[in-house]
Design a protein around this ligand. Structure first.
Ligand code: NAP
Length: 345
């Protein structure tokens, strides 16, 4: 029997990807969709301005969109995938957890709370053990699990491979982020066509903090964040999907380019339904990865790396991931699969 799933924020950029991933999923069945007051009460196909280049799944198109309120969620729903604006998630998600729902969330609220697991299953599945502490502290029957920001998740798998192999001391990153990362009404065409915007509100601090929490270690009582300096600069460019990032790294031990490639290529994948067979794809062509050519690798769930080279003081590489798949919807579905595998559902 598949696990019944609700999707909060189901009409947005990430919500549509959640529907695309969950409707054919063998382990989950979409049982409820919610959005804002302006969509509530409408059929999903009438409420959502569907922008994915595949048809709206027939059954979901006929579902009635519900208000995003805990009482609106049917009792037989076991997990809620949340892609709400963080201002809404901040109040609604804790209420859902209090009522007993397991929430796998994309929103940025609570990501760095000490008792909230921020997980990329291949990198730090052990952090899920924080849920025992969370439930005791908050007196919740449900639970809250977060996936990181889409720009953070792009660089974390290659960095995790380096941390395991030689240790990380300092990370500097500059991003070229796609417009879908801002949501459907985030950036207007007049702002972004023939342009680049060297500012994405709050994104830099998210990359700096979330990466250190993700790469930190769980010691049975909490997560000790990675002791490395992380600095980020974030830019919006006129691509539709796929965040490209230039990363500079100082490692604790010296390492050759060949050893870096090997560490990234052999970084262990997981055997969850949505896991890519190889998490990090390493290019030798100097002009890859590129958003249009490489964002869809392994159904958008792989991270692509290229341009690995030594610099005067350390290492440099470029990385790319699909921001609404690996960086958002795919990430929270993968967290749902991990919760299922570990017996939380
Ligand atoms: P979006 O396209 O703007 O969609 C927002 C969704 O939330 C829509 O379903 C919208 O419903 C609903 N919503 C808005 N206000 C609401 C309210 N007051 N009450 C209930 N529902 C409300 O945004 P998005 O890009 O999908 O992002 C969703 C979340 O994921 C955000 O927290 C974002 O930061 C995070 N995230 C996004 C990405 C990405 O690449 N886009 C990556 C990682 C994380 P209506 O259609 O009815 O307005």
């Amino acid at each position: 029997m598949p696990v019944h799933a609700g999707i909060c924020g189901a009409t947005g950029a990430v919500g549509q990807r959640l529907i695309q991933l969950l409707e054919p999923h063998p382990e989950f069945e979409i049982a409820a969709v919610t959005a804002s007051e302006s969509s509530a009460g409408k059929r999903y196909r009438d409420a959502a301005k569907w922008r994915i280049n595949a048809p709206i799944p027939e059954r979901v198109g006929e579902l009635t969109v519900r208000k995003t309120e805990p009482d609106e969620i049917p009792d037989d729903v076991d997990i809620i995938f949340s892609s709400l604006p963080s201002t809404v998630g901040k109040t609604v998600e804790p209420e859902l957890c209090k009522q007993g729902y397991i929430v796998s969330s994309n929103s940025s609220n609570a990501r760095t709370d000490p008792d909230v697991p921020l997980t990329v299953p291949e990198v730090n599945a052990q952090h899920l053990e924080l849920l025992e502490i969370q439930r005791e502290k908050r007196d919740w029957e449900g639970a809250l699990v977060k996936n990181p920001n889409c720009s953070t998740i792009t660089m974390v798998p290659p960095l995790a491979a380096l941390e395991d192999a030689v240790g990380l001391e300092r990370i500097t990153v500059s991003t070229l982020q796609a417009v879908s990362g801002a949501g459907y009404s985030g950036v207007t065409s007049m702002e972004i066509i023939d342009n680049a915007i060297p500012h994405i509100g709050g994104e830099e601090r998210k990359m700096e903090t979330e990466s250190r929490k993700l790469l930190g270690s769980y010691d049975g009582t909490g997560v000790e964040w990675l002791d490395a300096r992380v600095e980020a600069s974030c830019n919006r460019i006129p691509t539709i999907d796929g965040h490209l990032e230039n990363v500079w790294v100082d490692t604790v031990e010296d390492v050759t380019v060949e050893a870096v490639k090997k560490a990234m290529r052999t970084y262990p994948p997981l055997d969850l339904y949505s896991s890519p067979e190889q998490l990090v794809h390493v290019f030798t062509d100097p002009d890859r990865p590129q958003p249009r050519l490489d964002r869809d690798r392994e159904n958008g769930m792989a991270v692509a790396v290229g341009g690995i080279q030594e610099t005067a003081g350390g290492l440099q590489f470029n990385c790319l991931a699909h921001n609404t798949m690996r960086g958002a919807a795919g990430a929270s579905v993968l967290n749902g699969e991990l919760l299922l595998e570990q017996g939380y559902l």
